[in-house]
Design a protein around this ligand. Structure first.
Ligand SMILES: O=P(O)(O)O[C@H]1O[C@H](CO)[C@@H](O)[C@H]1O
Ligand SMILES: O=c1cc[nH]c(=O)[nH]1
Length: 312
């Protein structure tokens, strides 16, 4: 039976990103999957200035993103190779330039949840404040042209299309809220107006547990439904105000909600799922699509930092 959790954190910007009394009594908190620890590393010195954390599935994308950010913020160092801060592990990669952290999260809810727990604890141990987190991803579009950037209004589950995420804790189903920061989504949409080379829309995002059967594809290793079943489901998805499907947004949004971090999900649609299942566009086209959320988010970060500098 689903059990609703109690009060959720509504205080965006609060520095109290963790809600775990057990952490206080620990001699060291070692963040195993990112190979950083409270005793091993001086986390406040290394990360105390972080204001933006950008997460995306692939390591190469997150390296490309930090290079883009370095250029945008005028902080590029031609001699620098932008070292991977998590070098001691091959689970995830992490890069930092100024107040921006760029981290890979792998594929799917469990992989995202693990790294996000550790990132939230990292922000806590480093005593970071007013941090914004943005997932920069790819997705399957629902009724949108390939290459369209979708800023998520709500991250919704694939059954009821409600903004909820279910997690089994102590053998019980816990239902968590996945409401995203609407102000941040609007700010990103506003910022997208400077990019006439691609379209940006705001809409709901369905988060699934799988790329094939979970997203009603006909091209997986197994398929026990018809093309009509698939299209009926995708029609229902579209009618729920959904513009795209991916695999991490609900757990990401639920953890933003619990921690009080401002969060957004910005994913490009690699294809329109109403027209097919295979992602077979040429490599250069897919590279160009993947770059679009990065351009938008980099420009947003630059503007935010400029505005902040003016007011200081
Ligand atoms: O492009 P990324 O961030 O990896 O995200 C999307 O791509 C993967 C599937 O190909 C899933 O993880 C999905 O959420
Ligand atoms: O169709 C797609 C494309 C990218 N990522 C997904 O999860 N689905």
């Amino acid at each position: 039976m689903a059990q609703k959790e109690g009060k959720q954190n509504q205080q965006r910007g609060s520095a109290d990103y963790v809600k775990n009394p057990h952490l206080e009594g620990m001699k060291e908190d070692f963040l195993y999957h990112i190979n950083l620890g409270t005793k091993t590393n001086n986390l406040p010195e290394m990360f105390g200035d972080v204001k933006f954390v950008c997460l995306g599935g692939s390591s190469n994308r997150m390296k490309a993103f930090i290079e883009l950010i370095a250029g945008e913020l005028g902080m590029e160092d031609p001699k620098s190779e932008y070292p991977n801060i998590c070098e001691g592990t091959d689970r995830y990669v992490m890069y930092k330039v100024g107040p921006v952290l760029s981290v890979s999260h792998g594929m799917g809810i469990p992989s995202m949840a693990i790294v996000f727990h550790e990132i939230i604890k990292l922000l806590h141990h480093a005593r970071c404040k007013d941090v914004t987190v943005i997932r920069i991803g790819t997705s399957g579009g629902i009724g949108v042209e390939p290459g369209t950037v979708v800023v998520s209004k709500e991250a919704v589950d694939p059954i009821t299309f409600k903004p909820t995420f279910e997690q089994v804790i102590l053998g019980k189903m816990v239902v968590r809220n996945t409401k995203l920061d609407s102000g941040l989504a609007e700010e990103l949409l506003e910022c997208s107006k400077e990019f006439s080379q691609f379209k940006t829309v705001i809409g709901n995002t369905v988060c699934t547990l799988d790329f094939y059967e979970g997203q009603a594809r006909l091209d997986g290793a197994f398929c026990y439904y018809t093309e009509k079943d698939k299209m009926d489901y995708l029609k229902k998805v579209k009618e729920a105000g959904v513009c795209n499907m991916e695999m991490e947004s609900t757990v990401f949004a639920s953890m933003c909600e619990l921690s009080g971090l401002r969060g957004a999900v910005v994913c490009v649609a690699l294809l329109n799922r109403l027209n097919g299942d295979q992602i077979d566009s040429p490599h250069e086209v897919l590279e160009d699509y993947q770059h679009r959320p990065q351009l938008l988010v980099a420009s947003y970060i630059k503007k935010q930092l400029q505005t902040k500098a003016k007011h200081n």
